[in-house]
Design a protein around this ligand. Structure first.
Ligand code: SAM
Ligand code: SF4
Length: 437
């Protein structure tokens, strides 16, 4: 989501005639795209905004923009206003439509400023009523070829008790199905080979539109009908809303990948209840069974959090047990980070050393499973969509199987964006290595 929002910022700036430059010191405009999902992300953003001060001193004409979910938190825009007086523009996730005008205003006001005039600054983190109308159609500079990110639903209505997202990204708003289909068609016509549909919970797509027959399954069916060879992925799927209908569309489609990111967060039903996730471990496991019965080779990844305030050793063991049972191809693991304003932040917290030990054990277990699953690929031939040149190896490229596994093999940059059949000959933990055939 954040990467795609940066693509939108880049699109707006390039439309205005700006170009991406190699370092901060030569920049006329610096935009910080911030995230506040965890404390570390927020601290890093503030640290980077602090560091730019010295560049701004050398280049007083520089325009500094802070954008994203961090300033939408109560009090944060005011804090930036006070502590970072060199920041010119602060915008929330739903205010990108005014970026161009505000940049123009800063430039114009600077040019006409008289001695005692106050410096012009913009702070807008409001949630405009016409958000979709204002944001659809903004320019995008895509940076993830052969993949194109496409938003289908913005915001979140779920209020998981640990999560800041519903407070900073607003309520769910689905984009019009025809607008999404047009964007996908355009991307395919431009040569993108993979479309990743984005939403905090893609399964809620259409709920707010109240149009008969418009839901995530029907959107997937319509995308599947679009001509051309391309893959479709989506993230993220909330387990409480993953329907059999969606799984059936996935299973019957050649374009929708056998790959799903299904965040479990915890393997303990008690912790899941305290997290307000609205499913339990049995329901989650029944979804895994359904997915695998319809798509035996599906790649399943997840998000897991350790150290939620009410997580006991027993609860943590339940998480480890679930990881052993499900055997994820990969997992994003997080230490719970209290977020101001969320219910869980007010609960009694677990000491950091316990959280650290638990995440260490979890990562070790997941690495072992990933390694074991990698071996199952040995000797097999898989269609890989080439994404990039391999950063660490000469004359090698990397790409993904339909199940989402990363494969490194012989190739050149001309292969990027091509579907190539690759025989897997070696495995190293999360990476598979092979040869083009
Ligand atoms: N909407 C997605 C879902 O419900 O699966 C998740 C989006 S969230 C940006 C990505 C992940 O960040 C979550 O799945 C969760 O594991 C993690 N996360 C969210 N809040 C967190 C917190 N306060 N501390 C640690 N991790 C957190
Ligand atoms: Fe956060 Fe839960 Fe919404 Fe995901 S579904 S963004 S974890 S509140």
């Amino acid at each position: 989501m954040n990467v795609h929002e940066s693509e939108k910022v880049a699109g707006i700036l390039e439309n205005m005639g700006y170009e991406c430059c190699p370092d901060d010191s030569s920049a006329d405009i610096v935009v910080f795209n911030t995230c506040c999902i965890r404390d570390t992300a927020e601290k890093r953003a503030l640290g980077n905004i602090g560091v730019i001060k010295s560049e701004k001193r050398k280049n007083p004409d520089m325009i500094i923009v802070v954008f994203g979910c961090m300033p939408v938190q109560p009090g944060v825009a005011d804090m930036i206003k006070e502590r970072y007086p060199y920041v010119d523009i602060v915008l929330g996730t739903r205010n990108l439509n005014i970026l161009e005008d505000e940049i123009k205003k800063v430039i114009e006001k600077r040019a006409t400023k008289r001695k005692n005039d106050k410096k012009y600054r913009c702070f807008n983190v409001e949630d405009p009523e016409e958000f979709i109308a204002l944001s659809d159609g903004l320019a995008v500079t895509r940076t993830s070829y052969p993949n194109a990110w496409v938003n289908i639903i913005y915001g979140c209505n779920n209020f998981c008790s640990y999560c800041i997202v519903p407070y900073v990204r607003g309520r769910e708003i689905s984009r019009d199905m025809n607008v999404i289909l047009d964007e996908v068609k355009k991307c395919v016509a431009e040569g993108y080979k993979e479309i990743t549909l984005l939403g905090q919970n893609v399964n809620s797509y259409g709920n707010d539109l109240h149009i008969d027959g418009v839901n995530f399954a029907s959107l997937l069916r319509e995308i599947d009908k679009i001509e051309g060879k391309f893959r479709v992925r989506f993230m993220t799927s909330h387990p409480k809303d993953l329907s059999e209908e969606v799984v059936e569309v996935m299973a019957s489609s050649k374009k929708i990948c056998s790959n799903i990111h299904l965040p479990i967060q915890s393997g303990s039903s008690k912790v899941l209840r305290d997290m307000n996730r609205r499913y339990d471990r049995d329901h989650y496991y029944s979804l895994i069974a359904m997915l695998r019965s319809k798509m035996p080779n599906i790649g399943i990844t997840t998000d897991i959090m350790v150290g939620f305030p009410t997580e006991t050793e027993e609860d943590f063991e339940d998480t480890m047990d679930m990881v052993r049972k499900v055997r994820y191809s990969n997992a994003f693991t997080f230490i719970y980070s209290p977020r101001k304003g969320t219910p869980a932040a007010k609960m009694e917290q677990i000491p950091y050393d316990i959280k650290k030990r638990r995440i260490g054990e979890l990562i070790k277990l997941q690495n072992t499973i990933t390694k074991e699953l990698s071996k199952e690929y040995l000797g097999g031939v898989y269609e890989v969509l080439v994404e990039d040149i391999a950063p660490k190896y000469e004359n090698m490229v990397c790409g993904r199987t339909e199940s989402g596994r990363l494969v490194t093999f012989d190739g050149t940059k001309e292969d990027i964006g091509k579907f190539v059949n690759v025989k897997i000959t070696e495995t190293r933990s999360a990476s598979l290595f092979g040869h083009k055939i």
